[in-house]
Design a protein around this ligand. Sequence first.
Ligand code: PLP
Length: 389
Amino acid sequence: MNDATTGAGHGPARPDGAGDGTRAVRAGLPEPVKHEPTLPGPVFAAHFHLPGDPTGPYTYGRDENPTWTLLERAIVELEAPGREDAEALVFASGMAAISSVLFSQLRAGDAVVLPDDGYQALPLVRAQLETFGIEVRTAPTGGDAQLEVLDGAKLLWIETPSNPGLDVCDVRRLAEAAHAQGALVAVDNTLATPLGQRPLELGADFSVASGTKQLTGHGDVLLGCVTGRDADAMAAVRRWRKIVGAIPGPMEAWLAHRSIATLHLRVDRQNATALALARALRERPEVTGLRYPGLPDDPSHRTASQQMRRYGCVVSFTLPSRARAERFLDALRLVDDATSFGGVRSTAERRGRWGGDAVPEGFVRFSVGAEDPEDLVADVLRALADSDV
Ligand SMILES: Cc1ncc(COP(=O)(O)O)c(C=O)c1O
């Protein structure tokens, strides 16, 4: 196995201070090897040849895989550029990544702070943590209310911007307060992506994400990742991945790495269109509760502008009733009625249909894709008009 696949090389030159696009297209690539592809193909292996003492890097396929290594390196380069102490681990899904951090760091008797308005599977995680004797406290994302319940906590879990409400909290301020009393800080960075926000630079110990969303961006891969800067904490996360075996397939990992090369293009396009859509929706009388952190008058904007470099591709708003929201979704021609977000094809859904989020019946979470902005905005405005019967 050569350096290209073992990941032992340091990859092609990445100029210091290079822009996001320049870094994204090269992220994680190995040193060029004559007659080898730029991005080596997926390595399908349950086990590796291993005569003698069982030393790494590659022994058994649940522990390590060369395709993961390259993807993990790409994620570190985007999440924590220039940080020698950072490492990343990839998982089978965002939930696998989230659970691996929580369950590897917390013990019976510990207290953890979770958002009460975060991703809708968190209440399931909460119930599981409680059965293990872990005290779970919750706080809303906006307004840094976590500070009120931080006392004595072992871990602070932040989701900013929150899904689906798009509230934002001040990561730097919360991380300082948490660290002052010895608590670790994890940030769910799914919605922002590493091009929108770098939690480790803001003081977090872990940046955790569902790579299923905009990071991979095509709606065809489930993936999770954890990036961290504390070697002991990351060793515990790695151990948890080995124990539960929540590992990505090599094909998924390779697809994800390939997709990261276009991350900056997708993010810039989708996020610019999200702002255009938010501006258009702001003019509509039937739209209330419009949220987009990139809108200058959004309640999240001030904090978001201090810690985010891009504001995401999700816009949320409320239509007058469940029936109106359903007619609107039905009338859209360029937008799939589907859950998830971040893909190149726009999706939207009436979030209340799941029953897990505290949102009005007419609440719509809209994920802006890579369509031409004027086509998408026109489709939305037409669907709003057509659904007004
Ligand atoms: C903010 C956030 N975190 C985590 C997840 C879970 O990710 P996955 O579906 O990849 O397990 C999601 C999924 O929607 C999410 O929106």
